[in-house]
Design a protein around this ligand. Sequence first.
Ligand SMILES: Cc1cc2nc3c(=O)[nH]c(=O)nc-3n(C[C@H](O)[C@H](O)[C@H](O)COP(=O)(O)OP(=O)(O)OC[C@H]3O[C@@H](n4cnc5c(N)ncnc54)[C@H](O)[C@@H]3O)c2cc1C
Length: 400
Amino acid sequence: MTIQEDIYTPQITLTECIDCGLCMATCPGHLVNFERLSTKMNGAKVNDAGIGRYSRCYLGYSTESSIRYNCASGGLVTQLLSYALEENMIDGALVIGMRKDKPFEPEAFIARNTDDLATAARSKYCPVAANEALKQILDEDGRYAVVGLPCHIHGIRKAEERVATLRKRIVLRLGLLCSHAVNFAGTDSILRKMMIRKEDVSELKYRGGGWPGFMSIRTSHRTKRIPLTGGWNAYWSMFASYFFTPMRCAMCPDQSAELADISFGDAWLPEMKKDQYGVSIIVARTKRGERILKLAETSKKIRLRAVTAEKVHQSQWTNLKFKKSDLSLRLRLFAALGMQRPMFTPKPANNHSPFSLLRTLYVYINIRSSTKKSVRTLLTYVPFPLLRLYYGLYKLLCMI
Ligand SMILES: Cc1cc2nc3c(=O)[nH]c(=O)nc-3n(C[C@H](O)[C@H](O)[C@H](O)COP(=O)(O)OP(=O)(O)OC[C@H]3O[C@@H](n4cnc5c(N)ncnc54)[C@H](O)[C@@H]3O)c2cc1C
């Protein structure tokens, strides 16, 4: 993988290529058959058009306060992996940390203990090449868990279909809910807005410090923090408006990692507004997913409260509109513009409202314009409160 146009792009070394077709067969970028993969993993068909096949949904969090405080939402991903390692259910977990020598670049690695897991905690709002650590799973016998965004899990499921070693060794897939990723230029833009020189940064965290948490940027003489959401100076409003979104994310139909054993997201619910510690919303999909949740709960490592699937919909309502209701219209726009599009089974549903077109244009214009140098420069000077108002416009378009 190399970084091109602010995202990771796969490269084929032609001198080493044996023309086996495996890269195309496993690539999640151009084709995902949700129907087949979901039926294969569950033996049962999708039972919710918004969040895919599920067995139960929960709200929950880690009972270890330092994990809960330092992770993204309820710290459940880190806690469950730590529990699985301690109980010898797995030998390692594919997770994502940030490189020590290049604090802006993420790095996929196999965590073998709780210290490794702690360095990988929290969400990374930048492109991530999770597949780079799959080679370690292929090279070393053992039982592994993998963590990933919906697109990572698509690739992993597709690879498992084709490669028996991966099928045998990957025993648990933990998915993150995801509206869209952010390209590398997104982080650069925030640094410019905060007047921090990239070369001065020694550590970057996108989240942590309670819920919803802060981006914290450490330089040699101080650490600057900026909230994720909530206040007028929160940074997510810029990304929520789809500035710096990779175009492929605007073609994705999966908000909730529908092919994972368990999926985790932030509990964006009115009743959680005052929470400062973090609660996750959880979608359990497979028997092995349910089993580890129940075991960790019985061992008092996590707290769970069963909720209806409707709660998951409620907590992700704007994102579900983006990923489900408006997708087919966006794909039609991309087709009209001559852009390559992925293929999905089933095809995205046509359930647009009159405002879908306005939302579609809002998303497309913001993604496209933020690839332009002039708009990037302009965004440096637009204060966060104004960006928040601008995001408010999109939210309004979602409401009506
Ligand atoms: C790009 C992105 C978009 C998201 N969008 C939404 C959303 O729309 N709605 C929502 O409710 N939640 C979203 N989330 C999920 C949310 O931010 C939390 O990751 C989730 O709630 C799990 O919290 P936790 O405290 O259990 O995770 P933690 O215990 O902090 O663990 C997080 C785990 O995720 C892995 N990880 C972090 N970033 C990435 C990445 N980019 N790619 C692959 N693995 C990664 C880490 O290695 C770590 O193991 C998103 C996350 C990301 C990274």
